[in-house]
Write a protein that binds this ligand. Structure first.
Ligand code: DC
Length: 226
C-alpha cells in the first residue's frame, strides 16, 4: 500500500539554513500553503520598534503580540516576496526584513507570552492541513502531530556566507565577520531560550545543507513525501 502524501509538513532549523527556500518550493510542488512563521515574530518586533516600545519591556511587547492583527497572505506583488505580511491591515512585508528587526527579533521571540499568542494562531492555520510550515519549533511545539518533520541545519560559517552573498547581490557592502558574529549570537539566543528552544523533534529527518545544495535538499524531501 502506498502511503498518502503528508498533509502537515514541518520544517525547522536555524537562520539561513535554507528552510524558506525549501519550504516555498515544496509548497509550490504540492499545491500547499507556504507559511513562514518567522514573519510573525518579525511583525511584532517591527510594530514594537515603530511604536517606540522598548523591546526589553516584556509585558508591553506581549500585549502587542496579543492584540495586533497580523496576517500572512499569499504574495500579491511580484517583487521577490514569498508572502504578504500585514499588521492591522498595513503591508509591512519589507519592513519585517529591516536590519533593526534582525537585531531585535530574537529577544522578542524569547518571550513566553509572545510565543503563546503567535503559536496558537500558527497551530490553527496548520491544522487545516495541506501546509508547509517553516520555523524553529513547528515539529516540537506548534504542530507535534505533523506528518513529516524536517530539520535543516548548516554550519554558522556557511549560513553567514549565504547572508553575505545575499547582501552583496542587493548592492550592499557587508562585513563577513560581523554577519558571522550575529548568526552565532542569534543561534545562541534561539537555542538556549527557556520556551520552545530551537532543536530537532525526536522524529525529525535531519538534513545538513553544508553537504547538500538546494536542489539536493529539495529532491530528498520530495522523495520523503512520496
Ligand atoms: O526565520 P527568521 O529569521 O525569519 O526568524 C526570525 C526570528 O523568529 C528568529 O530569531 C527566530 C524566531 N522564530 C521563532 O522563535 N520561532 C519560529 N517558529 C519562527 C521564528
Amino acid at each position: 500500500m502506498t502511503k498518502p502524501t503528508p498533509s502537515i509538513i514541518a520544517i525547522d532549523g536555524p537562520a539561513a539554513s535554507g528552510k524558506s527556500t525549501l519550504g516555498h518550493r515544496l509548497a509550490d510542488e504540492l499545491g500547499y500553503l507556504f507559511f513562514d512563521t518567522g514573519v510573525m515574530y518579525r511583525a511584532v518586533t517591527w510594530l514594537a520598534l515603530q511604536r517606540g516600545v522598548d523591546v526589553n519591556d516584556e509585558a508591553t511587547v506581549t500585549r502587542l503580540a496579543e492584540t495586533a492583527q497580523i496576517d500572512v497572505a499569499p504574495s500579491s506583488k511580484d517583487d521577490g516576496r514569498a508572502c504578504d505580511v500585514l499588521a492591522d491591515g498595513v503591508d509591512i512585508t519589507w519592513e519585517t526584513r529591516r536590519h533593526e528587526v534582525d537585531a531585535n527579533v530574537s529577544v522578542v521571540s524569547a518571550y513566553a507570552g509572545v510565543r503563546q499568542a503567535l503559536s496558537a494562531q500558527q497551530r490553527r492555520i496548520g491544522l487545516r492541513g495541506k501546509v508547509v510550515m517553516v520555523g524553529r519549533d513547528i515539529g516540537t511545539v506548534v504542530l507535534p502531530e505533523a506528518d513529516l518533520k524536517v530539520y535543516l541545519d548548516a554550519s554558522a560559517e556557511e549560513r553567514a556566507k549565504r547572508r553575505y552573498d545575499e547582501v552583496r547581490a542587493r548592492g550592499g557592502n557587508p562585513d563577513y565577520q560581523e554577519i558571522l558574529d550575529k548568526v552565532i549570537q542569534r543561534d545562541h539566543i534561539d537555542s538556549t531560550r527557556a520556551v520552545a528552544p530551537l532543536r530537532p523533534a525526536e522524529d525529525a529527518v535531519l538534513l545538513d545543507s553544508d553537504k547538500l545544495d538546494a536542489d539536493e535538499v529539495f529532491e530528498r524531501v520530495k522523495n520523503l513525501c512520496k
